[in-house]
Design a protein around this ligand. Structure first.
Ligand code: HEM
Length: 326
């Protein structure tokens, strides 16, 4: 870099720091002493690789843990994009530089975000083979007993994806969807809360109680915040012309199917492989009646019902379930 450019850079830096009442020269001192960053520091590799701590000595337990972690990271990638939609893009950062955050949610950005989310989810759904084919059943049935009462059911990011995508009433069992507009009632009627209750005693499973203790307050706040900000609400607030955009509608439908049918079905396949025997089913670690709870055909959770025909909604997940159980 020539001297002129260097001076120009220093001027820009000085402007940046003085705009927030700070002193460039102190930062330059810091730079003099700062060490170079290495790949391992930047992505926290040692920490990342220290997060797999099996509860037993069965080697395949590592696959189980790592695949859950991979899934959570994909959920996080999806949530980053979903949040952009929820917040209409983001504010300009203080320097005023365009880092791609300061776009408002026009049709092009909405489409770009939905494309990214579906790309993540398609990859995730395809990767389920890691679990369905790649883990010894014999080992799983033993090491799972050391995980009680935890269950993927307690994935808070999965619940955040749901709450950030649609109106709360859509996540209630169908027979209750029109019964109340009260936020607390609708929250307490979430389909997964109903799914984790003992059918006879109507008591909540311990897995659900544990989850509620940790996350209910946070999730209820989110549900409230998302009233006008979830993906469906954002779509509905667009102009009549944008709402008819075929690409956007196709992407929203793909997303609905990806979360509520394809992912659920890939996941259900793993439950069938590991928990079902010829004559009986093994109880799940989370204690749900999983053969009724997991298949998308039974819960029929649909984020964007107005985008589907009556027939499509009636057959939600059915063909997939049939072909799977053959
Ligand atoms: C061998 C592999 C797996 C088996 C046998 C299995 C089994 C189950 C079962 C039986 C349930 C119902 C709740 C319960 O009673 O425990 C459940 C729920 C759930 N699991 Fe898994 N699971 C597996 C892998 C995974 C993975 C890799 C993830 C990724 C995070 C995951 C995430 C979830 C989620 C989000 C739910 C709630 C689904 C809903 O509400 O519809 N599971 N799982």
């Amino acid at each position: 870099m020539n001297e002129e450019n260097l001076i120009e850079k220093i001027k820009q830096l000085s402007k940046k720091y003085s705009s927030t009442g700070q002193d460039l020269s102190s930062y330059l001192d810091g730079l003099l002493y700062a060490d170079y960053i290495g790949y391992w520091n930047y992505i926290h590799l040692d920490t990342l690789l220290s997060l797999q701590t099996p509860k037993t000595d069965f080697p395949d337990e590592q696959i189980f843990i790592i695949y859950h972690q991979i899934t959570e990271l994909y959920f996080k990638l999806s949530l980053i994009e979903i949040e952009h939609i929820n917040k209409n893009g983001r504010n300009v950062i203080e320097t005023g530089e365009d880092l791609g955050w300061n776009k408002t949610l026009g049709i092009d950005l909405f489409i770009e975000k939905m494309e990214r989310i579906n790309r993540y989810l398609n990859n995730l759904i395809d990767s389920f083979e890691i679990m369905i084919k790649g883990m010894e059943k014999k080992q799983f049935l033993k090491f799972r007993m050391a995980l009680l009462p935890s269950s993927g059911f307690q994935s808070v990011q999965y619940r955040m994806i749901e709450l950030r995508s649609t109106n709360l009433s859509q996540l209630n069992p169908h027979e209750l969807q029109t019964s109340s507009k009260n936020l607390k009632t609708m929250y307490n009627n979430l389909y997964w809360k109903h799914g984790a209750m003992d059918l006879k005693t109507k008591k909540k499973t311990y897995t659900l109680k544990q989850f509620e203790r940790k996350y209910d307050e946070r999730l209820m706040k989110l549900a409230n915040k998302m009233k006008g900000g979830n993906i469906w609400a954002k779509y509905n607030s667009m102009s009549p012309k944008d709402k008819k955009n075929k690409t956007l509608i196709k992407l929203l439908k793909e997303y609905d199917i990806n979360i509520n049918v394809n992912w659920k079905l890939a996941h259900y396949k793993s439950a069938v492989k590991y928990l079902k025997n010829k004559n009986n089913s093994t109880a799940a670690t989370g204690g749900t009646n999983w053969e009724n709870f997991l298949p998308p055909k039974f819960q029929k959770i649909i984020f964007f019902p107005e985008l589907w025909s009556k027939k499509e909604k009636e057959n939600w997940g059915k063909n997939w379930v049939k072909s799977m159980l053959k």
